[in-house]
Ligand binder design. Structure first.
Ligand code: PMP
Ligand code: GLN
Length: 393
C-alpha cells in the first residue's frame, strides 16, 4: 500500500522543463534502432575498430600501477604538455600548459563549460545551421539566446555579411565548427580573417569546435583559430581525443584558450565534472609523445575510407556531397524516396539494414532538401557491405 502510494506520488510530479523541446539525442536514438534491427550502423559517429594497441598498453600500465585517483583539476600535466607541443607543431602557437590548456571529459563538456562561463541571461550566441546538437541546449541552459543562421547549400559557407548584420549589442559569442559535422565542409583562411575581424570589432568570444581537426582531405590544411593570434586571444579552441585516436568511449577532450578565458572555463569545469579519468590521460600523454606521426597519418587513413565508400556508391541513386573533412558523408536521396529524412532513415534502418542520421535534426528550420549523413569511420568490410545495400535502393 505504502509503496503504491509513494509510486503514485512520484508519478504525479510535474516539472516545468528547462529544455522542453529537447528529446533524446538522435545519435542515441539511431544507434538503438540499428541495434534493435541488426542494421549496419552508419549513424552515430564512432569507429567499429579499436584505438592503437600501444595507446591501450599505456593506459593499462597506469591502471595496473596505481594511477587510479583524481588527476589535477585541469588535467594531468604531462598531457597538457603534450597538447601544448602538438599545438605548437601543428599551428605554430605557443600556449602554456599551466594556464591555457584544460583537459575535459570530452569536447562536449568543454563546449558546455565555455558557453556557461561566458554567456549571461539574455546574451546572444550565433550558431550556424546545420549545428551540432549540443550547442543550442548549452546556450539555452545558460539563459542565452541562440541565434541560428542557416548555411547555404551546396557549399554551406558562412555569409559573413549576414553575420555582421545579425550582431547586436547583446551578441556575446560565435560558435564555429570546422571541419564541419554534418556537412564535411571546412572554413578557409579568408573565413578565419572575417571571423577575427568581426570578433575584434564587436568584442566577441569565439568557441571553435575543432574536434575533426586531423580528419582533413585532399591536402587542404585545417584553419585552426590557434593559427591567428588575434583570434586565438579571444577563442576557446576545443578538440577531442575520441576522434583523433579512435576511442570515442574514453570521452576525453581538451580546450585551449588564453589565460583569462581558461580561468573562467575552469571555474565552471571544476563543478561540472571536476576532472576526467587519470589512467586515460596519462596513457594519452605517453602515446602522443611517442607517436607524433599518428596525427600525420590520419588524413590519409580517412581519405581512403571516404574514397572507398564514395566509389562503392558511385552507381547508386544517392547524390553524394564531396566531404572535405570529418568522417561523415552527406547523401541526397530524393531519387530514391519521397519520405522526409527522419522517416527515410527509420525505413532504411528497419527495412534495408543500414542506419544513418537525418540532416534535419541539425536545424532550427529544416530545409526542404532530403539529406542523410553516413559515417565512414568503419572497417572497409563494413563500408562495402553497407554500400552494397545502399546501391541496391
Ligand atoms: N563536436 C562535434 C562537432 C562532434 O561531432 C562531437 C562528436 N563527438 C563532439 C563535439 C563531442 O565530442 P566528445 O565525444 O569528445 O564529447
Ligand atoms: N559526434 C557524434 C556524431 O555526430 C556523436 C556523439 C554523441 O553520440 N553524442 O555522430
Amino acid at each position: 500500500m505504502r509503496n503504491g502510494f509513494g509510486h503514485n506520488a512520484r508519478m504525479s510530479l510535474k516539472l516545468n522543463s528547462k529544455l522542453p523541446h529537447v528529446g533524446t539525442t538522435i545519435f542515441t536514438v539511431m544507434s538503438a534502432l540499428a541495434a534493435a534491427h541488426g542494421a549496419i550502423n552508419l549513424s552515430q559517429g564512432f569507429p567499429d575498430y579499436d584505438g592503437p594497441s600501444a595507446l591501450k598498453e599505456r593506459v593499462k600500465h597506469y591502471l595496473d600501477t596505481g594511477f587510479n585517483q583524481y588527476p589535477p583539476m585541469a588535467g594531468v600535466l604531462s598531457l597538457r604538455e603534450a597538447i601544448a607541443t602538438k599545438v605548437l607543431r601543428c599551428y605554430g602557437a605557443k600556449v602554456s600548459p599551466e594556464t591555457e590548456v584544460t583537459v575535459t571529459p570530452g569536447a562536449t563538456e568543454a563546449i558546455y563549460c565555455a558557453v556557461t562561463a561566458v554567456c549571461r541571461p539574455g546574451d546572444e550566441v550565433i550558431l550556424f545551421d546545420p549545428a551540432y546538437d549540443s550547442y543550442e541546449p548549452a546556450v539555452t541552459l545558460a539563459g542565452g539566446r541562440p541565434i541560428r543562421l542557416a548555411l547555404t547549400p551546396p557549399a554551406y559557407r558562412i555569409d559573413w555579411q549576414r553575420v555582421a548584420d545579425t550582431i547586436t549589442s547583446r551578441t556575446r559569442m560565435i560558435m564555429v565548427n570546422s571541419p564541419h559535422n554534418p556537412t564535411g565542409t571546412m572554413l578557409d583562411a579568408e573565413d578565419l580573417r572575417e571571423l577575427e575581424r568581426l570578433a575584434e570589432r564587436h568584442n566577441l568570444v569565439v568557441c571553435s569546435d575543432e574536434v575533426y581537426e586531423h580528419l582533413v582531405f585532399d591536402g587542404v590544411r585545417h584553419e585552426s583559430v590557434l593559427r591567428y593570434p588575434a583570434l586565438a586571444a579571444r577563442s576557446f579552441a576545443v578538440s577531442s581525443f575520441g576522434k583523433t585516436y579512435h576511442v570515442t568511449g574514453w570521452k576525453t577532450g581538451y580546450c585551449v584558450a588564453p589565460p583569462a578565458l581558461t580561468q573562467e572555463l575552469r571555474r565552471v569545469h571544476q563543478f561540472v565534472t571536476f576532472v576526467g579519468i587519470t589512467p586515460i590521460q596519462l596513457g594519452l600523454a605517453d602515446f602522443m609523445q611517442a607517436h607524433p606521426e599518428h596525427l600525420d597519418e590520419l588524413p590519409q587513413f580517412y581519405q581512403r575510407k571516404r574514397d572507398l565508400f564514395n566509389a562503392a556508391l558511385k552507381h547508386s541513386r544517392f547524390v553524394l556531397k564531396p566531404s572535405q573533412g570529418t568522417f561523415f558523408q552527406l547523401a541526397e536521396y530524393s531519387a530514391i524516396s519521397d519520405l522526409p529524412d527522419r522517416a527515410f532513415v527509420e525505413w532504411l534502418t528497419k527495412e534495408r539494414g543500414v542506419a544513418a542520421i537525418p540532416m534535419s535534426v541539425f536545424y532550427e528550420h529544416p530545409p526542404a532538401s532530403r539529406y542523410v549523413r553516413f559515417c565512414f569511420c568503419k572497417e572497409d568490410s563494413t563500408l562495402e557491405k553497407a554500400a552494397l545495400r545502399l546501391a541496391a535502393l
